[in-house]
Design a binder for this molecule. Structure first.
Ligand SMILES: Cc1cc2nc3c(=O)[nH]c(=O)nc-3n(C[C@H](O)[C@H](O)[C@H](O)COP(=O)(O)O)c2cc1C
Length: 276
């Protein structure tokens, strides 16, 4: 297959997906001697453009898993902005926080094909859970990157050997299952759709990092303690704040985090799919 460039496109509010997609892109770039163009889909401005990918571009698309699926508020942007040319080779990658990726990878595979791309490989990787300071802490780690490196090398070999892109085999027929319902510590449903981060104004230095990092542009520039738009609970503002001034107090949300930390303690391993 003649390829001319690699695109690394990721939505990544807390950085895990970016790390993983960039690692795959860098290995492939080195082995295939191709330039990499990164598209940070976290930034709202970048989600307002269309990206037309030719058949000689290899596209890596990364998304975190939210409630077992592609984040629902970002899904329309993925659908609208990624335009393949019919045979554009793509590597869908979903990144989850050690609970489960449920339907997210299949959803991203189906979306890629609907948008004119051919998935030649796919992966589900683990990264620290954005809600927690302990769940999947330190992931992706050395072991993950070793496996990722092996996977990327296999893809490079496949793309060097094959003259045409062949799609991986996966279940296209079964309808996607609904979103995962978050549970509280007592295992009843945790409803925290309306939860928003609060700001400790004693700690806040009004640096504006949270305003610029929010993928929904929902934090007011004039008053950073005001959430003026949709909050997708991505935790970008919490993680970026150098003063640790942002926090959640919503009881259902905190109880869900407690449940996750108590239940999903066993290490999950990555899943890799590649055409053979
Ligand atoms: C709103 C939300 C929902 C999440 N849902 C899931 C989930 O269903 N399963 C899971 O294992 N991790 C889940 N996570 C954890 C993320 O998938 C994980 O933290 C991922 O690394 C975030 O990607 P990022 O670092 O690129 O932002 C969720 C995180 C957020 C913020």
């Amino acid at each position: 297959m003649v390829l001319r460039q690699i695109y690394a496109l990721y939505f990544s509010p807390t950085g895990g997906t970016e790390k993983i997609v960039s690692s795959i892109a860098d290995t492939l770039s080195r082995l295939l001697e191709l330039p990499v163009h990164s598209i940070d889909f976290t930034c709202l401005e970048n989600r307002q453009k269309e990206y037309h990918f030719s058949n000689d571009s290899l596209v890596i698309i990364g998304t975190p898993v939210y409630a077992g699926r592609i984040p629902n508020k970002i899904l329309p942007d993925f659908k609208k902005c990624i335009v393949g040319a019919g045979h554009t080779p793509v590597i869908p990658v979903c990144v989850y926080g050690n609970r489960n990726y449920d339907e997210a990878l299949r959803e991203l595979l189906l979306l890629s094909e609907e948008n004119g791309c051919i998935p030649v490989a796919a992966a589900a990787m683990i990264s620290q859970h954005a809600f927690s300071d302990t769940l999947a802490i330190g992931r992706p780690d050395i072991q993950d990157f070793k496996k990722l490196n092996f996977f990327s090398k296999n893809i490079a070999q496949l793309l060097k050997d094959d003259s045409t892109a062949v799609a991986i085999d996966y279940d296209r027929a079964t309808p996607l299952a609904p979103y995962y319902t978050p549970l509280k510590a007592d295992l009843t449903p945790a409803r925290f759709l309306k939860a928003k981060p609060l700001t400790d104004l004693q700690k806040c230095s009004h640096c504006g990092l949270c305003v610029r990092k929010c993928p929904m542009n929902s934090i007011s520039e004039e008053n950073v303690s005001k959430v003026t738009g949709v909050c997708i609970k991505c935790q970008a503002c919490i993680k970026i704040c150098p003063a640790h001034a942002k926090y959640f107090v919503d009881e259902a949300f905190l109880s869900h985090v407690e449940m996750l930390e108590n239940t999903y303690t066993e290490r999950k391993e990555p899943t890799f799919i590649i055409t053979n």
